[in-house]
Design a protein around this ligand. Structure first.
Ligand SMILES: *[C@@H]1O[C@H](CO)[C@@H](O)[C@H](O)[C@H]1NC(C)=O
Ligand SMILES: [Cu+2]
Length: 493
């Protein structure tokens, strides 16, 4: 709650600061200068385009004037970015270095939903709280992590969201109550992805004696877009943490056909262990495990987990490899409309540049270090007011990557992921949101998009003979994974 309040306050603060700060006359003078700069740039265009370019400059900046430049709305279709809680993107310099850009999320952008010595559940802020405009297309999706200590049980609960779990570390057992009369139990291990549909009650156990169980989750809300609620019936922290507590005693007595003392003791009384996470004994774990009951005595139901490492790498060379799983491999991914890729990038090497055609990719870093660079037209639009007759430009968005970093790469945006030259590979899980019919295209190396261009198209585009172009774009013969600048003995520019 405090967190939300803070977000709101910060948001108000930044919005009002933005509204109040520039005096109107200064703003107008700046805009006149912008028009002139813009029109000068137009003169570099071919003669017959100059007129309309100059006119566009005027319209563009007129529009600015009418709207007082106070953000929030369109600029003839252009977007203004609002960033809550993290400053206005307009304040940042050229090149979104460091973590202060709207696409990168770190520890401080998570809220802890449940926490005890035995584990925790952390949920990333709503994407649209960071930027309502940039992330509207993924507003229903949320990202979360669950950690449970060895031999820990997580009590049954359900969410108002479809969930895709990915086991980042450790091993566990999950049970789903599919119907009142059907339960399914699955053992899950590192690399498994597993879907828990909205409203399906589930309980989970870390059945390992030594290792932490770590799950990354993609959740898609089915009730209020982007809002998540968890429902616990019993066994939580205190009486208030059961949804049954919200009902009147008379109703509960009637529903369970029991008296209030019995109900009181059972649902709201003192427990041996408080909280959502409970220490389980060896025997309890053995009898909760899948091997005891599957496939005996259980009804057919949902698919079990799918292990991303068991699918052959789709690209592989000494600089790295990737496993990709989509709804053709694992039909449970269809409803939630998510695909999963796992990048394993050799130290000092890099993946890309590439882009996704339809999916917005959420990158999570379970292990290793590195950095990413992305080309973003949105931020360029925000920062350069006098673009040439609407000609596009792209701003570099970059940040360090380390364990726990979350990065959003919108559809169509070219990106490079680079592993540091340490002694560890960089592992990256990519959840492709809105992945239906998504493909990715490499922009360099073997099979890059330019390699399909006809010679005439190459010549017209580059203005030099196709032969000369091919010499350059065919030089790199690896696909997707290349030696990075560090391994080539160059520093990143
Ligand atoms: C990443 O690749 C390296 C080299 O192929 C391998 O040793 C390592 O186990 C891989 N890591 C994961 C998490 O698969
Ligand atoms: Cu962008």
């Amino acid at each position: 709650m405090a967190f939300r309040a803070k977000i709101c306050l910060l948001f108000l603060f930044f919005t009002s600061a933005f509204l109040l700060s520039p005096s109107v006359t200064v703003a107008r003078r700046e805009r006149n200068a912008d028009v002139i700069v813009c029109q000068l740039k137009c003169e570099k265009l071919p003669g017959d385009e100059q007129m309309s370019c100059k006119q566009t400059c005027e319209e563009y900046h007129d529009h600015d004037r009418e709207h007082g430049g106070s953000g929030g709305g369109g600029h003839g279709g252009r977007m203004r970015l609002k960033v809550a809680g993290n400053g206005d993107v307009g304040d940042f310099g050229k090149g979104q270095q460091g973590s202060n850009n709207p696409y990168v999320f770190e520890d401080r952008h998570f809220t802890t939903r449940l926490e005890s010595q035995l584990g925790n559940v952390r949920i990333l802020q709503k994407f649209t709280d960071r930027s309502a405009e940039l992330f509207r297309g993924i507003e229903e999706y949320r990202v979360g992590f669950l950690e449970a200590e060895p031999q820990t049980f997580i009590i049954p609960n359900h969410w108002d969201a479809d969930a895709l779990l990915c086991v980042v570390n450790g091993e566990g057992t999950i049970s789903l109550i599919n119907h009142p009369k059907s339960r399914q139990t699955f053992n899950i291990k590192r690399g498994d992805i597993f879907r828990v549909p909205a409203g399906i009650s589930a309980y989970l156990i870390n059945r390992n004696n030594h290792q932490k169980l770590v799950l990354a989750k993609i959740l898609r809300s089915v009730s209020v877009p982007g809002e998540l609620q968890t429902f616990f019936g019993a066994g939580g922290e205190n009486p208030e943490s059961s949804f049954l507590n919200a009902f009147s005693t008379e109703v509960l007595e009637a529903a369970f056909d029991a008296n209030r003392d019995e109900l009181q003791r059972l649902f709201f009384g003192q427990q041996m262990q408080k909280g959502v996470f409970k220490k389980a004994t060896e025997e309890q774990i053995r009898s909760l495990e899948e091997s005891r009951k599957w496939p005996f005595g259980e009804r057919k139901g949902r698919n079990g987990p799918y292990n991303v490492f068991e699918k052959n790498p789709s690209v592989q060379n000494e600089n790295g490899h990737m496993h990709e799983v989509d709804s053709n491999d694992f039909s449970d991914l269809r409803d939630i409309n998510v695909a999963v890729s796992f990048f394993n990038i050799t130290q000092g090497s890099m993946a890309g540049p590439f882009y996704n055609t339809k999916a917005t990719m959420v990158l999570l870093v379970p292990n290793g270090e590195g950095q990413f660079e992305m080309a973003c037209p949105h931020l360029a639009e925000q920062h350069s007011r006098g673009s040439v007759g609407g000609a596009p430009s792209y701003e570099k968005v970059s940040s360090r990557l380390s364990r726990g970093t979350v990065v959003v790469v919108p559809a169509g945006h070219p990106v490079v992921i680079e592993a540091s030259g340490g002694n560890q590979n960089l592992e990256v899980i990519g959840f492709g949101l809105n992945s239906h019919e998504n493909e990715w295209f490499p922009l360099a190396g073997r099979d890059n998009v330019m390699s399909e261009w006809e010679d005439e198209a190459v010549e017209l585009t580059f203005g030099v003979p196709a032969r000369a172009v091919k010499k350059v774009i065919q030089k790199q013969n690896k696909k997707m994974f290349f030696k990075g600048p560090e391994r080539r003995g160059q520093a990143f520019a």
